[in-house]
Write a protein that binds this ligand. Structure first.
Ligand SMILES: Cc1ncc(COP(=O)(O)O)c(C=O)c1O
Length: 412
């Protein structure tokens, strides 16, 4: 029996098991959600006023959010309360909103971006929803490689300094989706001081995984906002975050941090849209997270206890089945929600197809690239957070088998 026939036979055997597994979704598990169940009942009829004296059931309080929430979530992004806007349930919606206002009115006194050609630098592989959002808003995406210490800055500088229609950069600074890479302090400083041809070149840093450490040596890169202020480009960075993977996904709190001038600009825009965010939800989060043992860090340590064994299982199976074969390389994240794998042959479309046949849902091939097009058809995003540990292990065994089979088919 040839190697290909042997792999095909193994695959048919696995397929015959009728599995239904999913390592596609970057979502917390029910066990993670259970850690925050007390949040559902931690506010009651007596919670009508915030400690700072704001009536929670009525409009007043301001569009930038409850003072206590601005303090708490500003600190998550290493920013002061005055540099922070706390919104409703989605940081992605806040990013979309900023971009829409930038298109209509410009940022920091510049012209509206919608006027002419508009480009955005994006790091790849990256987060698919960034790409679909930018595409929907008419941005041409200019890709730069994500490296182990952040976006390739030689490339970023080349595009940003030469073309005024390049309006900014979108990337994930800490434990990036999907590579798990974190920007270095040196690169934070370089981004802050680099020359840009556009007057309101803006760094949109989506820090969705800023507190999602998996080890005892947390990655804590220098604050982009502080670095931009030191470099004399204080309005250059807007950093986004949310509690979607701290408390409840889609039922958490989104927030952003930037310069005080940008907070003024953005709240001016926001106050044309609504009177104020959901302060009861903000207060519920402040009360729950403030009283959790160890605060947000304590809760994140409890999440890490649940997540770490799943990430370990991914590494164990990859190393055991693919180590030394030359068929793939993969990241070993110390935080965040994903592992990024690159096959050495252009076979990921086939791997995803085979895995689906065998009952394992994987992130679609190309999802981590603009327009869903991975030029080398080699990148696979692995999301082990949602299924129970045993299922992660089973699913990964099928993934490695599909990589071997697709690579053998390709060589045949
Ligand atoms: C990088 C990144 N940003 C944003 C989000 C979504 O955040 P939110 O629920 O706050 O809109 C995700 C979710 O997967 C993500 O991976």
């Amino acid at each position: 029996m040839s190697e290909l026939e042997a792999l095909r036979a193994q695959f048919e055997e696995k397929k015959g098991r009728g599995l239904s597994l999913n390592i596609q979704r970057g979502q917390p598990s029910d066990e993670d959600f259970d850690l925050s169940s007390a949040m559902l009942t931690c506010v009651g009829p007596d919670d009508v006023t915030s400690p700072s004296g704001i009536a929670l059931r009525n409009y007043p309080g301001g569009v930038a959010g409850l003072k206590e929430a601005r303090e708490m979530f500003g600190a998550v992004l290493s920013a002061k309360a005055d540099q922070t806007i706390v919104g409703n349930n989605s940081s992605l919606a806040m990013l979309a909103n900023t971009l829409m206002w930038a298109l209509l009115r410009g940022l920091g006194g510049g012209e509206p971006w919608a006027g002419g050609a508009r480009k955005m630098i994006v790091a790849v592989p990256g987060y698919d929803r960034h790409f679909t959002l930018l595409d929907a808003l008419g941005f041409e995406m200019v890709t730069v490689p994500m490296t182990s210490d952040g976006p390739d800055l030689d490339e970023v500088e080349k595009f940003a300094s030469s073309d005024p229609s390049v309006r900014g950069l979108v990337f994930v600074p800490t434990y990036s989706n999907p590579t798990g890479d974190t920007i270095s302090d040196a690169n934070v400083e370089r981004l802050a001081r680099m020359t840009a041809a556009s007057v309101d070149f803006t760094i949109f840093a989506d820090d969705a995984y800023v507190v999602h450490h998996l080890t005892d040596a947390p990655h804590r890169p220098k604050s982009l906002i502080a670095a931009c202020a030191e470099a004399g480009n204080s309005d250059r960075a807007i950093v986004y975050g949310s509690t979607s993977k701290i408390t409840f996904s889609g039922a958490g709190i989104g927030f952003l941090a930037t310069s005080e001038a940008n907070v003024k600009l953005l709240t001016g825009y926001l106050s044309q849209e609504f009177i104020g965010p959901n302060k009861i939800e903000q207060y519920r989060h402040v009360k729950f997270l403030g009283s959790y043992p160890g605060g947000i860090e304590g809760l994140m340590r409890a999440h890490a206890e649940i997540l770490r064994p799943k990430f370990d299982a991914v590494q164990r199976v990859l190393e055991r089945d693919l180590g030394g074969t030359g068929l793939a390389t993969w990241t070993k994240p110390e935080g965040g929600y994903f592992v990024s794998l690159d096959t050495s042959k252009p076979v990921v479309t086939r791997v995803v197809e085979l895995a689906n046949e065998a009952g394992v849902s994987l992130t679609p091939a190309g999802a981590s690239f603009p327009h869903g097009e991975d030029p080398s058809d080699s990148n696979l995003r692995i999301a082990p957070s949602r299924p129970p540990l045993a299922e992660v292990e089973q699913a990964m065994e099928i993934v490695t088998l599909c990589i071997k089979l697709a690579s053998a088919e390709h060589a045949a």
